[in-house]
Design a protein around this ligand. Sequence first.
Ligand SMILES: N[C@@H](CCC(=O)N[C@@H](CS)C(=O)NCC(=O)O)C(=O)O
Length: 227
Amino acid sequence: MTTPFSQKSDDIQNGNHTLLYQTHSPFARKALVFALECGLGNRIEVIHQETSPTNRNDRVFRANPLGKVPVLILPDGMALFDSDVICEYLDSLHTSRKLIPVAGTERWQVLRLQALAQGICDAGVAYRWETNRRPENLRYPPLAEGQKTKLIEAFDYLENELDPQAPLNGGQIALATGLDWIAFRELADFRTGRPRLNQWYEDFCARPSMVQTGYSGQTHDQGQPSP
Ligand SMILES: N[C@@H](CCC(=O)N[C@@H](CS)C(=O)NCC(=O)O)C(=O)O
């Protein structure tokens, strides 16, 4: 990743925002794409951090007792998490049209889409544990199937319900970064047989904020990195 959000290995910068990030986290990318879409990219230093519940990262735990990224460190040192809270905060920093509408039906539609995207990522992470990350003898296939069912049901719902004409919003950012992570990890096919969702996804991925933040890297669990 290149400037203005170059990765740094040192600690918090004074007078600026610092994003504890991960190049292969859908939650972290959601926050960064949101910042870029708000025109705030040049106010944020991005620091890559590896995290896993089986591989403690002290730097991340010092900022977030859950040990997860993203975390946004504010200029006064306050640490904000999780990604949804960070997006709300970023939206409060600018005076343009809000990406999370402040009131009305639009607000609930955007927050619902954001929640659905969050659920897709949560189900994707759980599915990946059961199919890839957990040692093979500890995997539980019915749990993998249950998580995959959530993904398929969510994709079908989106094919019918997603409004491709809606103005740019935080729900879309969460969805696009989530779907692109599902594709990156090859967890489930959401494109075949879902032409509306597929077209929307392709269009959204062409935005500069998405192109600049493509996924890379592997998860580092205890033992070896997962492919
Ligand atoms: N609900 C959180 C989820 C964050 C999350 O799960 N981040 C992952 C990276 S994709 C992580 O850091 N996991 C480490 C762990 O579970 O200990 C958010 O939206 O920020």
